[in-house]
Design a protein around this ligand. Structure first.
Ligand code: NDP
Ligand SMILES: Nc1nc2c(ncn2[C@@H]2O[C@H](COP(=O)(O)O)[C@@H](O)[C@H]2O)c(=O)[nH]1
Length: 327
């Protein structure tokens, strides 16, 4: 691999502005036949999303992926969302009972519009078999498969029938995969995204490692259709993580899906827990993301998200923050 870099090593180069106001720039994106306000989706983790947040996001034209950690609630969740005239987007794993769940959905004719196969090491027969199982029983569902970190994996999952792939092994804020196993895209997630996107013939979701709103534009530049984000969405009033007070400050918990807090045991732990400062409302963050991305589009010299895809960039090794902390 040549040209290895991460988000903080890259600056996008401005092109001549064609709008009179940033409000003219359109941040919407299409995925699976629907248009969403932002190319951003909160991570399908238990401290990031719950039914209430999913409802808010769907009602307000944002993409969401419900987590898979309360499996018994998923059927009712799909019915509830669709009963309200909204789309349903759920996650599944690859264990035996998940196969039966897909068959149950088919038998009841309850077909979620989106299914994300949520596995740490997605380049595996387990994921390929699950893609094929879903496509056999409920072909109308749009299948997002992951996570992967190589072009070979993207091609193999696409060939198995995945409609989109999710890229990112270990760049997450509460991830310890890189430390515990020595593997992953941590530290070079943006370069891995670029590498995978060159091989992809379907949409890619960049997952993990986003630390600033500018990183969303950088992900789009390097081939992402959508960006999955955990830590920036943790700590909101609506966030499901528990609130506590540390050193007089209100904080909320954010833990990894492969942490002992999620698993309830210390087996194959590849995630940790942290506390993030209380951030106010989710709606405010989404609005700020939209404004920042509109500004990115204006700097790209266009009016639509796609204009970011063509901008030039420079590699400025680990230097852009000069020690500043924006967030
Ligand atoms: N994006 C990322 O970098 C990472 C994300 N995660 C998140 O953590 C959660 C748990 O993930 P995961 O452990 O996959 O889910 P599960 O615990 O549901 O495991 C799914 C199945 O895959 C097997 N499995 C898991 N990892 C491997 C591996 N490295 N090699 C072979 N088989 C494997 C498991 O068996 P067994 O447990 O017996 O091995 C199990 O049968 C998910 O939400 C995932 O997204 C976790 C790590 C990295
Ligand atoms: N290695 C691990 N990765 C995890 C775990 N739980 C979630 N994740 C991944 O992190 C992203 C979110 O990253 P962030 O940088 O935006 O916070 C999430 O979507 C998963 O792919 C875990 O326990 N271990």
């Amino acid at each position: 691999m040549e040209n290895v870099f991460d988000y903080e090593d890259i600056q996008l180069i401005p092109a001549k502005c064609v709008v009179n106001s940033r409000s003219e720039c359109d941040t919407s994106v299409e995925l699976g036949g629907r248009s969403f306000k932002l190319p951003v989706v909160p991570a399908n983790m238990q401290t990031i999303i719950d039914e209430k947040i999913a409802l808010y996001l769907a009602e307000n034209n944002y993409f969401y992926v419900m987590h898979r950690f309360e499996p018994q609630t998923r059927l009712a969740f799909i019915k509830d969302m669709q009963g309200r005239g909204l789309y349903a987007s759920i996650s599944v794993g690859v264990k035996r009972e998940e196969y039966a769940f897909i068959e149950q959905l088919a038998a009841e004719n309850t077909v979620p519009e989106y299914i994300t196969i949520d596995i740490a090491h997605g380049h595996s027969n387990a994921v390929i078999d699950m893609i094929e199982h879903i496509k056999k029983h409920i072909p109308a569902s749009f299948v997002i498969a992951g996570n992967v970190g190589t072009p070979e994996a993207v091609r193999e999952l696409e060939n198995a029938g995945a409609d989109a792939t999710k890229v990112g092994i270990g760049p997450g804020k509460v991830c310890i995969t890189k430390i515990k196993t020595g593997f992953g895209t941590g530290g070079w997630q943006l370069a891995a995204l670029r590498w995978c996107a060159k091989a992809a013939s379907k949409p890619i979701i960049a997952d993990g490692g986003i630390r600033t709103h500018g990183d969303i534009a950088k992900s789009v530049r390097f081939g992402a259709t959508m960006v999955m984000i955990g830590s920036l969405f943790a700590g909101h009033e609506e966030s499901p993580g528990e609130t506590s007070v540390i050193d007089g400050k209100q904080v909320k918990e954010y833990f990894g899906s492969a942490s002992e807090f999620q698993k309830g045991e210390k087996k194959n732990v590849e995630g940790k827990k942290m506390f993030v400062e209380h951030k106010g409302s989710l709606a405010d963050t989404l609005q700020e993301m939209e404004q920042d991305l509109q500004s990115s589009i204006s700097y790209a010299g266009g009016t639509k998200l796609e204009s970011i895809r063509n901008v030039d960039y420079v590699i400025v090794k680990n230097s852009i923050f000069n020690g500043d902390k924006v967030y």
